[in-house]
Write a new protein. Structure first.
Length: 310
């Protein structure tokens, strides 16, 4: 397999190639680092590139493959992180000069869960200050540009992520969304992203964390299957984000249990009562209030059909 082509493959395929020893994690990592050196000066998508740390982790990933150790679904695959999410020991600028020296003490929950699945942090990506804008620009490193047309924006606030993935600098990333911040950039650069329902993915380690109930951490990638795998890995309570209490299984039926068994749905007895769906009784129709009589009762003729202004 051509190493140069690896930058255009999705995370699922890269993990399979690494698992079957058709390519090493170090080779994949070097290919993406070379791509960053090639195109990032024009796109300005990266805040911090973790070159030495990423290569060291990739070497350890190859040793695990050689030893026959259990491998995660994204073993050896690089991923990038919007610079609003913490990576342990790495500066999290949050797009602001106020935090240019802020070093994270621990991984954000989403970052830790991708690490646990074998993925390797590659870089922190560009964002507007505090993530509050629909374009990606700040006073630290400046404007991020769209890889399809450098005169256009990659969107925001996860514009650095979308530009990096679309340009082949990363196969997988973590963004965040309060209004359109993963979906808009994905649209602007032709990739895939998901704003998961609040309560599925913890935002622990993301800043800002207020208004807490409206922020969402979302995966960004080049394929739908990568997004689906990421959602399964990222979902569930972490004991810190109180908004994430449980994650109903994606196979839970929405309408009726009848006829579900033949379609592969679980039976009601196999699903916890806390996530069962029960149809509500038909609501009573609303009654419209009678219109109030006008101040001049002589003109009030409810039996007369309206034919237009007189």
């Amino acid at each position: 397999m051509s190493i140069d082509r690896s930058i255009y493959r999705d995370a699922t395929e890269l993990a399979e190639l690494i698992r079957t020893r058709q390519v090493s994690a170090v080779e994949v990592m070097r290919a993406h680092l070379d791509r960053i050196d090639e195109v990032n000066p024009r796109l300005n998508a990266m805040m911090t590139v973790l070159t030495e740390q990423a290569l060291a982790t990739a070497r350890a990933a190859d040793e695990s493959v050689a030893a026959g150790a259990p491998l995660g679904p994204f073993h050896g695959v690089p991923f990038t992180v919007k610079d609003a999410l913490d990576v342990e020991g790495v500066v999290t600028t949050r797009g602001s000069v106020l935090f240019r020296d802020h070093v994270a003490a621990a991984d954000a929950t989403a970052v830790a869960r991708l690490r646990a699945a074998g993925a390797i942090p590659l870089a922190k990506t560009n964002l507007p200050e505090f993530s509050y804008w629909t374009e990606t620009d700040n006073l630290l490193i400046g404007r991020c540009r769209n890889p399809w047309d450098v005169e256009r924006t990659p969107g925001g606030s996860s514009g650095g992520e979308s530009a990096a993935i679309a340009a082949g600098m990363s196969p997988l990333g973590l963004g965040s969304d309060i209004a359109i911040s993963v979906r808009g950039p994905a649209h602007d650069t032709g990739i895939v992203a998901l704003k998961a329902t609040r309560g599925r993915i913890p935002i622990t380690g993301h800043w800002p964390d207020v208004p807490r109930r409206y922020w969402h951490v979302g995966p960004m990638a080049r394929s739908v299957r990568d997004i689906a795998t990421s959602l399964r890995l990222l979902s569930g309570p972490d004991g810190a984000d109180g908004e994430v209490r449980h994650s109903p299984p994606p196979t839970a039926p929405r309408r009726s249990w009848q006829g579900c068994a033949s379609a592969g749905w679980p039976s009601p007895d196999s699903v916890p009562w806390t996530v069962r769906w029960r149809p509500r009784s038909r609501p009573r129709p609303m009654r419209c209030a009678k219109p109030a009589a006008p101040s001049n009762p002589l003109r009030w003729k409810p039996w007369r059909r309206w034919t237009g202004p007189s």
